[in-house]
Write a protein of this length. Structure first.
Length: 590
């Protein structure tokens, strides 16, 4: 195969910030993190953040931690943890996998003394360690609880008895300042007692919360005494049933960054208002080590896709798609099942750039990158999706003529294989027209075309059934037009693909297309009304016999048809199932 080209080093405002911080000596090294919530599967939109965080670590000899921000056990599940971990490892394999910070399995944060104070810090696992796992915010619950106690002691947090509804009412609006909670002036001693009792499980869900004490009149709504902890009597998928209070995302996120030594906390633009809270929490604790800083960038929002996990879950639960790994979904696991290479996802995310303004990206850009990657990497094979039988009447039954076919013309030194031309072959039904339209250069009555890699044939006769449907096309093979024969250079305007009828495989081929018919389905009142009814077509195809040894890791171009991959659920010895990754050309172009 051709070697993957070395990409140019990206340039953007975040990389400029990192370079400036290193030049100024603010950090000895770079640590980033990718912090998914384990409440769904990763999708195409996450790829930008993954590539940015791991890319910056890669470019600066740093590390990037995969950390699950698992602070809401109601919506989280170990299924998502395992799926996200597998997606990350697949996406960065061979590119930035050595930058992945992992902790030894079951290890707790190591205590270190910094400036005379005990503090937590998680170093990455030893490279090559036998058993490693991602980081989890839940690993820090003891330390986060201790930090909350410290905020109470400093008069910067209090226990509030307002209901969720009243809490929202007291918060005010962007136009109107909020009102102080009637419980805001509780003493430090009372707050410490109530918080300990919250942790002990004395109060029911929703009865009390721990809130920061900042400014209820702040123009930034996120600084109006936001919640730090809530009561939830729910077992945690990673921490077990030890806790009945759980930290809020904003509180756990910044402190998890700090505990892991993160230098640059990269978030999407909707977290800009949260940055003040991020800094307030860290700045209120007199922490001994350098603090991380949050920087924001625009999300990747491709057209013709839905990236909301809530909406994707609806598609799954209502049976509109076959699961989170349905190849029509933009989930990484779905894209992988469809046959999309990790290199194509990384290249698309990197080439679309990092900006500070939201906007949609034409999915055609992704499809262009995908075709380009597959054109270089995919092995060529012959397949017929809608077969019609063609008989070469001048070939004896049982005769096999060996023809040489190229495996990939993009290779630096292309290799070849032998395919069998037999008396009976299959061609595409669309490659024959009894009454051809203008400029039809494929097979027609009395016409000539070349069977690719074989010879020119001439159509002599059409056989139909009682209903008038064509059942067989009879042709003469011009064997002297084969490669190396006297008339090999004879020119005809059309070349079509084919497979031997006696040396081929039956296979189920799933022809996937875009799931939606409009560029921004999420903007519709009901996105189900703009589903593409042709997003999946299943055909029984005839394949070149060499595909019997295909694996899900292989990528193929079915010549003249598109790019395909073996479905991961194809059982050994069972009939093959292939998924179309992408067509050869943009069928949506206007």
């Amino acid at each position: 195969m051709t070697a993957e080209p070395t990409p140019t080093r990206p340039s953007d405002f975040i990389r400029d910030l990192v370079a400036a911080d290193l030049a100024a000596g603010r950090h000895a090294g770079i640590v980033t993190r990718f912090p998914p919530e384990p409440n769904g599967y990763l999708h195409l939109g996450h790829v930008r953040s993954i590539c940015l965080n791991f890319g910056i670590a890669l470019e600066n000899n740093g590390r990037c931690n995969l950390r699950f921000d698992d602070t809401n056990p109601v919506k989280e599940d170990v299924e998502y943890v395992e799926a996200i971990t597998a997606d990350i490892r697949w996406l960065i394999a061979g590119w930035a996998d050595h930058c992945l910070g992992l902790k030894p399995q079951g290890a707790q944060p190591a205590l270190q003394t910094v400036n005379g104070r005990a503090d937590h810090y998680l170093a990455p696992a030893t490279p090559g360690a036998a058993t490693v796992e991602p980081f989890f915010a839940s690993d820090y619950f003891d330390r986060l609880y201790a930090y909350a106690v410290e905020l109470i002691k400093r008069g910067k947090a209090y226990v509030c008895d307002l209901s969720p509804e009243d809490t929202e009412k007291y918060r005010g609006s962007p136009e109107l300042p909020g009102r102080d909670s009637p419980f805001r002036q509780r003493s430090v001693e009372e707050n410490l007692d109530l918080f300990a009792r919250m942790q002990a499980g004395e109060f029911p869900d929703g009865a009390r919360t721990l809130r920061s004490k900042i400014d209820m009149a702040s123009p930034n709504m996120w600084l109006r005494d936001p919640l730090l902890y809530r009561i939830r009597h729910v077992a945690h998928h990673h921490a077990g049933d030890r806790w009945c209070i759980y930290p809020l995302y904003d509180y756990a996120h910044c402190l998890s960054d700090y505990l892991e030594g993160v230098t640059h906390s990269l978030c999407s633009l909707e977290f800009i208002p949260h940055r003040a809270l991020y800094d307030w929490i860290l700045g209120s604790l007199d922490l001994p080590r350098p603090l991380p800083h949050q920087h924001e960038f625009a999300k990747l929002l491709p057209t013709y896709t839905l990236l909301s996990k809530r909406n994707i879950l609806r598609l799954v639960q209502e049976g509109i798609v076959g699961g989170w790994d349905d190849p029509r979904l933009p989930t990484i696991v779905g894209l992988r099942r469809r046959g999309v290479p990790a290199a194509a996802l990384r290249r698309f995310a990197i080439e679309t750039g990092i900006t500070t303004y939201n906007g949609v990206t034409d999915i055609a850009l992704f499809e262009h990158v995908l075709r380009d990657e597959l054109n270089r990497a995919a092995t060529r094979r012959l397949a017929v999706l809608r077969p019609i039988r063609l008989v070469l009447t001048n070939l004896p039954a049982g005769e096999i003529i060996e023809c040489t076919a190229t495996n990939n013309p993009q290779d630096e030194s292309p290799t070849t294989r032998t395919i069998a031309l037999t008396r009976e072959v299959f061609i595409e039904a669309d490659d024959f027209a009894e009454v051809p339209p203008p400029k039809f250069f494929r097979l027609k009555p009395g016409g000539e075309v070349r069977l690719k890699y074989a010879c020119i044939i001439k159509c002599d006769e059409i056989v139909k059934d009682a209903a008038g449907a064509i059942t067989e096309i009879r042709c003469t093979a011009q064997l002297d037009t084969r490669s190396g024969q006297p008339n090999a250079d004879k020119k005809v305007k059309g070349t079509i693909h084919w497979v031997s009828a006696t040396q081929c495989l039956d296979a189920e081929v799933r022809l996937y297309d875009r799931l939606f018919t409009v560029p921004e389905p999420g903007a519709e009142e009901d996105f189900l009304k703009v589903l593409n009814p042709k997003s999946l077509e299943v055909v029984t195809a005839k394949l070149e016999s060499s595909l019997a040894t295909a694996t899900p890791a292989d990528r193929f171009q079915f010549e003249r048809l598109g790019y395909f991959a073996l479905d991961k659920d194809t059982a050994p010895g069972a009939r093959l199932t292939f998924n179309r990754t992408i067509t050869l050309k943009d069928t949506w172009a206007k």
